[in-house]
Ligand binder design. Sequence first.
Ligand code: NAP
Length: 453
Amino acid sequence: MASVRPRVAVVGAGPSGLYAAAALVASGVAVDVDVLDRLPAPYGLVRYGVAPDHVKMKSVIRVLGRPFGPGEVRFLGGVRIGEGDGAVPLHVLRTHYTAVVHATGSAIDRRLGIPGEDLPGSVGSGEVVGWYCGHPDHCTAPLLDTVAVAVVGAGNVALDLARVLARTADELVPTDVPDTALDALRSSAVRDVHVLIRRGPQHVKFTPVELRQLGDLADAEVVVHDDGVLATAVPDEVTDRRERHNLEIITDWARARPGTAARRIHLRFFRSPVRILGRDRVTGVVVERTALTPDGRVVGTGEEETLHVGLVVRAVGYTAEPIPGLPFDARTGTVPNEAGRVVDAAGAPVPGEYVTGWIRRGPTGVIGTNKHDAVETAAALLADLPGLPPPAHPDPDDLAHVLDAYGVRPVDWTAWLRLDAEEIRLGEVRGAERVKVAELSAMLAAVHGSSVR
Ligand code: NAP
């Protein structure tokens, strides 16, 4: 009997999953690879997380889409692996594949754990970023009928939020922001964006290129509230390159004269929110002044002030949902693994299960960081392949029948390309490279008529 060609499912069509698929194909090992995603569209965070005004960064799509050549990697969009209605359980998927690579990322906003956090107008960054990126799960606009907004956190997501909220609508027209979001941002009342940073200017997690962009907006200026810290922080004495550049940029802004721009981005250092105020919606946030201990911990000083804001967006990092059927470390929001091999509580490998990207290492790093991760995971999988048993149901037709039984009608690569072409056509009308089609599911229903194969 001819030996069955190994089959690998990559769950998650974001950068980490697609880099893993590419690494598997590039290895030259005879293996069939399917990439599944719960959404009908590929590219994950590149499509739904990278800010729309970072047009160049999104061009990585051209690289990420390469494995989907004819006869190489298959795309099965709109297929959710997990529990609940319409989801295909992992143990069922496993019977169709020799191995599974999980690349599902970290989709849950971390919480602050402070009173008032559940009021309308208090939201996680994922909701707002998802909204202006056209994510089908996040169609509700944030409350932009307010003059002042607080963004909590000093990472690149906080920068993205501050920048998009402070941009003019005209600056966003050439981007792929959905029309609905563009309209809401055009009529936004927001004038002051307060970025609440619990450490000092030297200890922000921003990358300098992204930080510098805050100073290049058409009608917004940066206002630095440093409590005099910058007077004693000398960039030349800082050895870490990223920290020194950040410090130089912030110092330049602090020295600049106030301008007359319509919008302001306030960088408020040594400030941490302790209470969100309001009855029916957010009306303010109580902020405590913080200090650093000699070992670098953040502590409250007890000194409080109130900022009158109608929207609080927390950009304090992400965590992940556990993957049913796999071990999970709730503290780090990751699946325990060694070089990408999933390991159980005793540290023994779970045969045929692999992870890559944020679900493997936590929500850190830029898009390119996922490539190294994926190459390592793919290498581990390929090394294990000879010892893994073949799937019980290796025929792709069997998978098609199972998906059908679960009421899942996958979107294949051809159908996706048709939608992509439509987005580009609509983008050309607006003067952008592409525009997100808001009615994604309806569009797909109209454009695709293909089965799994
Ligand atoms: P991040 O870089 O980990 O930043 C999280 C920020 O939240 C930190 O400043 C952290 O402060 C702060 N924070 C955490 N808990 C807090 C609390 N309870 N109160 C106040 N502040 C709190 O996370 P991220 O911004 O979500 O970004 C995730 C990853 O994606 C990062 O690697 C980032 O570089 C990347 N990313 C890149 C780009 C880009 O390249 N353009 C864009 C977006 C995201 P402490 O430092 O004090 O903990």
